[in-house]
Each structure stands twice: as structure tokens, then as C-alpha cells.
Design a binder for this molecule. Structure first.
Ligand code: FES
Ligand SMILES: [Fe+2]
Length: 410
């Protein structure tokens, strides 16, 4: 039986259960977001949320060989991290500070080195973080090199994502923080794709508003009316309701409905002739995907939206994925990074086909970005007592409930 046609999406949600793992009475449809836009509130969030959470800072793919490294700036803590694959193949994360007098060891960028030499007085550190050379050592009093390796930051890897935790003693492991909905359920998925675009920029907005812009589909028909008007829903689901919504202890994952009646534009038809369907058209065969992706196997599935609380949103599709991070600089400025991944092309035709869809996807994301500064200005003015969140925006209700949970934790 064609289950997707036989029941409405609302009935389907009812059957699957929408709020698995999260108490419904914590979800609020009216949220005083303006109260969260103050420096005082952000100072609390930095300590109780960002310092305690596991945060995504990059990919093991970006460290392809022994000695590969990159520098990652974390504006939330005014920190700079040196992320390195050692000669033993282990990925490690260090504070990017020379142990002599704190010079920034590697100023920026990425590369591959066996060791790192400080430009100030020439101290040398290995790619495993050990202090190897103190120049003119006899002029120092009783310094044991073993005690002065680079300062490590707690780090762990899930699939190909590198996470860090800034707490002195992390309260839980990465595995516990992510939960069983993720561990073991994405095997091989990240290897299907390669990076095709990556950029970052600062916005005059609070980090919550950035995250919220990508975790509801209610806006798709309106904000994206010129770029991707008919990519979701269609006759089988005209209100574009989410066919699956999972609210977990901290994170959420929902599926977005594709439109089987999407009208293919002439140039899009050419792109599809040479490559695979990517947003705004979708390949509905997801039989090759691991169980965490489209977990309920919705027939007209477009992609999943996953929020790893607090600041990482990934859009996981069949032949593509996107990853956005929202790093608060302060209460009203956010560093946004966006990375796009596509299937690995086998020929030039597929590569050109991907470029067409990449440009369309970029235009959609630019529209998403456009609302954040305007929304911040209006909310920060104190004009509204609260914002209203519908059932279509249940993921936002969940985001603010988890925010409250973490702030209430001693
Ligand atoms: S600060 Fe690095 S060697 Fe002096
Ligand atoms: Fe959007």
C-alpha cells in the first residue's frame, strides 16, 4: 500500500509520535526572545551552554595526512585552536599558544608540517603537541620540556566531524551528548560527499536567530518564492508539513517533504540530464542511505534538518548535505560558516551539473540570511512581548526549551 498517500502527513506524524524523548509540557508557543538578546543573558549562555556543550569545529577530511593541520578561531571564547593529525594518525586539538610567552603559534590557515616553530623566539613543537626545542636552553631555570607541551583542548570525533568541549571537566562524553539517535546510524554517509563550497561571514544578529532561520520549513513558500517556490510539499502535502519530527534531549531531527510534482525548468532539465537531482528537485530513492538519514523512510523525502544543540545545523540529503555553524561573538554579533557538500562527481558533466544546483542553493541561503539582522533589530528594540511559534516551528520551541534546560542546570 502507498502509505504516504493513504494517510495525511498530520496523521503520519501522529502515528510516528512527534515528541519522542522530550517532554511536551516544556515546549512553549510564546517565547520572549527579546529577553535573550542582552549582554547579561549571553554571558550566562556562554558559560552554561557553550562551555558545556560539544561543539563542531571541523572535519577529519580537512586533515588528509599525518602532519595536516588547520587553525580554527572560536570567537565565543576569543580562542584560537590548532587542529592537527599527528604522526600516529590521531587528531588532536590544542590552544594555539606557544608555551614560552603565549605568542600565537600558527597565525592562520592550513597545511602539513612535522613540527611548528614559534616565530617569536624559535621554540619548536611536534605535530603531537610535545615541546621539542627550547632555544638557548641554559638561560632558563629548571624547565622540563615534558611539562610544556601545547595545552590540549578536549576533543572527540564522530563519523568525520571533530567536536571540542571547553569545560574543564566535560560532564558527559560526546557519545552521551549526541545520543543513540546518531551514534552508529550514519555509518558511511559522510564519505558519500565532498566539499564544493565553504564561506563564512559576520552578521549583526544574535546566534539564536541564526540557528532558528534554518530549522523550520514554514517560511519556504514565502521567503523562497522566487528561488525555490515549489520544492516542498506538492499535491500530496500542500501545507508542506514535516513527515517526521524527532525532539531529543538536546538535539532535533526532522524530515522535509519534497514535491513529486516539482516543475523542472529547462536549464534544470539539462543539469539533471548530466548529473543527479539536487535541491530544488529530489531523487526519492534513498534505499542506499544509512538508517539515521530519512529515518522513517518517507516516500517523498527531500532532506533532513538536524540541529546539534546549540549551534550546528546540518541539512542531510541524498546526494548533498550542507553544514551551518553559528558562533556567537557577543549578544548581537554572530560568525556564520556555511559548507556545502555534493556527491563525488565521476566526470565533467556531473561537475557542471552540480554547479547549477550549487548556485540555486546559494540563492536560497542568501534569502535565509536576509531576515536575521532585520529580526534582531526589531526584537532588540523591545517592540514585542514575545514571538509566536506554530506547530510548523516546533523545532524552535524545542531549541528554546533546551536553552532553558541548560540555563537551569546548576
Ligand atoms: S613566545 Fe614562542 S618562543 Fe617565545
Ligand atoms: Fe530557508
Amino acid at each position: 500500500m502507498d502509505t504516504a498517500r493513504a494517510e495525511t502527513v498530520a496523521q503520519r506524524q501522529e502515528r510516528l509520535g512527534q515528541q519522542q524523548g522530550y517532554p511536551a509540557d516544556r515546549l512553549k508557543t510564546r517565547v520572549d526572545v527579546a529577553a535573550m538578546l542582552t549582554p547579561e543573558h549571553f554571558a550566562l549562555e556562554r558559560e552554561k551552554i557553550f562551555r558545556r556543550a560539544w561543539l563542531v569545529i571541523g572535519h577529519t577530511d580537512d586533515l588528509p595526512q599525518r602532519g595536516s593541520y588547520f587553525v580554527f578561531e572560536v570567537p565565543t571564547f576569543k580562542a584560537s585552536l590548532l587542529v592537527v593529525r599527528g604522526q600516529d594518525d590521531q587528531v588532536r586539538v590544542f590552544h594555539n599558544a606557544c608555551r614560552h610567552r603565549g605568542n600565537k603559534l600558527v597565525r592562520e590557515g592550513e597545511g602539513c608540517r612535522k613540527s611548528f616553530t614559534c616565530g617569536f623566539h624559535g621554540w619548536v613543537f611536534s605535530s603531537e603537541g610535545a615541546l621539542e626545542v627550547i632555544t638557548d636552553p641554559h638561560m632558563f631555570e629548571a624547565v622540563d620540556k615534558k611539562d610544556y607541551g601545547l595545552v590540549p583542548v578536549t576533543a572527540d570525533v564522530w563519523e568525520n566531524l571533530i567536536f571540542v568541549n571547553f569545560d574543564e571537566q566535560p560532564r558527559e562524553s560526546l557519545q552521551d551528548y549526541l545520543g543513540p539517535e546518531f551514534f552508529g546510524r550514519y555509518t558511511g554517509y559522510f564519505d558519500l560527499h565532498q566539499k564544493v563550497a565553504s564561506y563564512s561571514f559576520e552578521l549583526n544578529t544574535n546566534w539564536h536567530l541564526g540557528v532558528n532561520s534554518f530549522t523550520e520549513g514554514y517560511h519556504a513558500l514565502y521567503l523562497h518564492k522566487n528561488t525555490a517556490r515549489d520544492y516542498q510539499g506538492g499535491k500530496v502535502n500542500p501545507q508542506r508539513h514535516r513527515p517526521n519530527m524527532e525532539l531529543m534531549k538536546r538535539h532535533h531531527r526532522y524530515s522535509a517533504p519534497g514535491n513529486p510534482d516539482h516543475r523542472i525548468l529547462p536549464v534544470e532539465a539539462i543539469a539533471i540530464q548530466y548529473g543527479r537531482k539536487l535541491l530544488p528537485a529530489f531523487d526519492f530513492d534513498c534505499s542506499m542511505l544509512p538508517p539515521g538519514v530519512n529515518p522513517t523512510r518517507y516516500e517523498y523525502w527531500a532532506f533532513d534538518v538536524v540541529e546539534f544543540f546549540p549551534n550546528f545545523v546540518t541539512i542531510t540529503g541524498n546526494h548533498f548535505r550542507a553544514e551551518l555553524t553559528f558562533w556567537p561573538i557577543d549578544h548581537e554579533r554572530t560568525l556564520v560558516t556555511n559548507r556545502t557538500y555534493n556527491y563525488k562527481p565521476k566526470n565533467l558533466g556531473e561537475r557542471l551539473s552540480q554547479d547549477y544546483f550549487r548556485a540555486r542553493g546559494r540563492d536560497v541561503v542568501r534569502e535565509d540570511l536576509n531576515t536575521m539582522e532585520a529580526q534582531h533589530q526589531m526584537l532588540a528594540s523591545g517592540a514585542l512581548p514575545h514571538v509566536l511559534l506554530s506547530r510548523q516551528e516546533m523545532a524552535l520551541q524545542h531549541h528554546y526549551a533546551v536553552t532553558a534546560d541548560m540555563l537551569e542546570t546548576p
